[in-house]
Ligand binder design. Structure first.
Ligand SMILES: [Cu+2]
Length: 200
């Protein structure tokens, strides 16, 4: 930061003394932009001792009028202000990026928590897939029929749930409330069976 401050201060000084051309302006602009929000502009003359000697010599040679000096001072002021604006904009952008990242992280955490609380079982080729599933009490189990043929999900042992007839892409949901070993079938296809091992 100090180098940049020095550069800006020197440029401001040089401008004030009328020794600055268009080149200095563009260089200062690039520097301030690269460093982003940490730019602190200090147009106070005398901050840069090494350059001031040079500028003094140049100023003595050119002998700028009071009008020119005023013009240059105004230019330096504008430069400093625009550097400040860029710094502000950069800080704003960083804050926006940080908040977007926080939102994304929160949404990932929610998705993870949701997948932990949910178990999906597909019904495909007249089979429950996977056929045997271990779940925790309170985990939501969802069966979805991916066959053209209708199926159902009916508990035989360990629980008492029974779905309606599930057509293609219909779903049925059951959430176990206690530890148990649950045997279930599709009553339309008696050999289509499945098992849930529910633990606490
Ligand atoms: Cu079936």
């Amino acid at each position: 930061m100090s180098r940049l401050t020095l550069t800006v201060a020197c440029t401001a000084l040089a401008l004030a003394l009328g020794a600055c051309g268009k080149d200095d302006e563009s260089v200062t602009g690039r520097d301030a932009g690269d460093d982003g929000a940490t730019v602190t502009t200090s147009p106070t003359p005398g901050a840069g001792t090494s350059t001031s000697t040079q500028s003094d010599t140049a100023a003595a040679k050119d002998k700028p009028s009071a009008k020119d000096r005023a013009k240059a001072a105004a230019k330096a002021k504008i430069l400093a202000a625009s550097a400040k604006d860029r710094a502000k904009a950069a800080a704003k952008e960083r804050a926006r990026t940080a908040s977007t990242a926080a939102v994304r992280a929160a949404s990932r955490a929610r998705a993870k928590a949701a997948s932990k609380d949910q178990v999906s079982i597909a019904i495909r080729d007249i089979k429950f897939k996977p056929q045997h599933v271990a779940v925790k009490v309170g985990q939501k189990i969802t069966w979805t029929n991916r066959d053209m043929a209708p199926h159902n999900v009916t508990a035989k042992k360990g629980a008492t749930f029974a779905s309606e007839k599930l057509n293609r892409n219909d779903s049925f949901t059951y959430t176990p409330t206690k530890a148990a070993t649950i045997d279930y079938v599709c009553t339309i296809h008696p050999r289509q069976d499945g098992k849930l091992l529910v633990t606490k």
